[in-house]
Design a protein around this ligand. Structure first.
Ligand code: PGA
Length: 252
């Protein structure tokens, strides 16, 4: 099963309009004419619309960094799937470890966001990953199972083509510590197995599983060479067009 690689950049709470537009333009130049991989950017909501103008006529996709499950209403501080689409986005990152750990979003809220995003036609990137304590306690796979099963509760076959999973060990995010390629492949292959329990095999095989956590120009090639690593979710290194450009142009 061949899956088209997806390199996603999560800009987190960085950039104002002027620097976001400059960065987006430089990244689009760094993409060149790549047709065998997809590139997605998740800028802050406040710059989504301007960045989408910069990226018009380029294949780069845009995502929100989170999304509400409702179309509109009294949900102060939230952004709806329709608002993301209106600003030029087609996807949303959901359940990022910073949402889980700093803002205490739990699996049930993350599941609501997943179902809402998918119901309104967005691509939904479900982020999962264990903390260092979980890994040291030998409970990594229990936690991954729980996050996948609860996060995808009620997500049916018809929505799976718009599902992406991102495995991001919490201890590797923003720390400069990357999971080794063997650790990452082991987790990805486990996640692939979980998807096969939930969905028909061809469908489960078609889901892209991204690795995230200190992906850099000097480790991307090794990671991308693993059988079940279909892309990367990049934080820090996505804020420079040089490093993100190199990551996009990973060698197969
Ligand atoms: P990092 O962030 O690349 O800076 O580790 C990854 C992420 O949070 O998605």
């Amino acid at each position: 099963m061949s899956r088209k690689a997806l390199i996603a950049g999560n800009w987190k709470m960085h950039t104002t309009v002027v620097d976001a537009c400059k960065l987006a333009k430089k990244i689009s130049e760094a993409c060149g004419n790549l047709t065998d991989r997809e590139v997605l950017l998740a800028p802050p909501f406040t710059v989504l619309s301007e960045v989408s103008h910069v990226l018009q006529n380029t294949p780069i996709l845009l995502a929100g960094q989170n999304v509400c499950w409702e179309e509109s209403g009294a949900f102060t501080g939230e952004i709806s799937p329709h608002m993301i689409q209106d600003a030029g986005g087609s996807a949303a990152i959901i359940g990022h470890s910073e949402r889980r750990h700093i803002f205490h979003e739990d699996d049930s809220m993350i599941n609501k966001r997943m179902r809402g995003a998918l119901a309104f036609g967005l691509t939904a990137i479900l982020c999962i990953g264990e903390t260092l304590k979980t890994r040291e306690d030998g409970k990594t796979f229990d936690v991954l199972r729980e996050q996948v099963v609860k996060g995808l509760d009620g997500v049916s076959d018809v929505d799976v083509p718009r599902l992406v999973v991102a495995y991001e060990p919490v201890w590797a995010i923003g720390t400069g510590k990357t999971a080794s390629k063997e650790q990452a492949q082991e987790a990805h292959s486990f996640i692939r197995g979980l998807l096969t329990e939930l969905y028909e095999k061809d469908l489960a095989d078609s889901v892209r599983i991204l690795y995230g956590g200190s992906v850099k120009p000097d480790n991307v090639d090794d990671l991308m060479a693993q059988a079940d690593i279909d892309g990367a979710l990049v934080g820090g290194a996505a804020l420079s067009s040089e490093s993100f450009g190199r990551i996009i142009n990973f060698n197969k």
